[in-house]
Design a protein around this ligand. Sequence first.
Ligand SMILES: Cc1ncc(COP(=O)(O)O)c(C=O)c1O
Length: 412
Amino acid sequence: MAERLAIHGGKALRTAPFPAWPIFGEEEEQALIRALRSGKWGRLAGCEVTAFEQTFAAYHQARHGVAVVNGTVGLRLALMAVGIEAGDEVIVPPYTFLATASAVLEANATPVFADLDLETFNIDPAAVEAAITPRTRAIIPVHLAGLPVDLDAILDIARRHNLVVIEDAAHAHGAEYRGRRVGAIGALGMFSFQSSKNLCSGEGGILLTNDDELAQRVQSIHNCGRVAGGAWYEHHTIGGNYRLSEFQGAILNAQWTRFDEQTNTRDRNGRYLAARLAAIPGIYPQLRGPECTRHSYHLFAFRIVAEEFGMSRDAAIQALIAEGIPSLAGYLIPLYRQPLFVNRAFGPYRGCQAAHPALDYGRTSCPNCETICDRQGAWLEQRLLLGTQADMDDIVAALQKVHAQAAQVGVG
Ligand SMILES: Cc1ncc(COP(=O)(O)O)c(C=O)c1O
């Protein structure tokens, strides 16, 4: 007889909490006081943001890093820097945070959605290729959950069609593709430092690149169109004040002291968890091939296939939560089904409408994305992967318990 589930009044498998996020201590306190007492609270006067940019860029094998107010703005600035114009099309996945696509609208261009690979949750290169038109100028692949996309295939498509690749690495701090850190493998890459991210300062972001000219453009755009050597009130290009503050820089420098070790812990626990969960019928962890030499596991993504697991995704998540394992279904709406896109509520950004008057996102169909959103996708937050191996065993035991009960009584 399978053990009664906590959601049905049984005893919860686990009551101990998982690690909380963010993790902070003396280092952050001292860094904040250092920035405060310096009296230099803006990045142009201080040294915290500049030091962080150099550290973060070098770690990701990039020549340049420009910190910005957040990842959303970072993507828009990247699109501006590479010269995206009204009427241009930019290929994006539909399974990502809104910003990947809304930044394209804000750059006055048109997002075109290409479906995912069901097993990796990442954009499918074949779908990218099929979405290319004479107006396509760029691709924004997202390293979803921290698993690098198939960069060889994406870069090959980009070369053949003369497209720019901007990596959305909001989830992928420290992730590696064939031994190389992601973020500056394409023309530009964006990382987010929003509160939930693996490296965070409340809000913030950074753009990385190995291209000197692009770096200069981003520098200028993020600093009101100023240029090196120019006067303070001399503005050469459209831009704005998108600079990170020294307080955020100080927090990032302090968080950095723990980053590498935390990243290794998540990678180790993620591998272990994926191997153990794969043995449970109907549980499919995000498929990680050998080309991923380090997964940043911003999320531990997996699929729950109800027909094999014995319970629907939504019921299983509720059961897991009751067992003491915080879990969530993740993105529930493919971006093209968001009211924003269905109603084309693009406000003052007229580029997309003007170039594509008949565009109807209601006709977009990405079946794999819909399967994941509607029925199968599930996530664990990165903080859970900062726990011990015994914590990972609890996650496995909880899913085993739910499956055993579901198999016996066919719940949900
Ligand atoms: C995949 C992805 N892209 C872009 C962003 C935008 O970053 P931010 O929240 O820093 O604007 C996020 C963040 O939530 C994200 O998850």
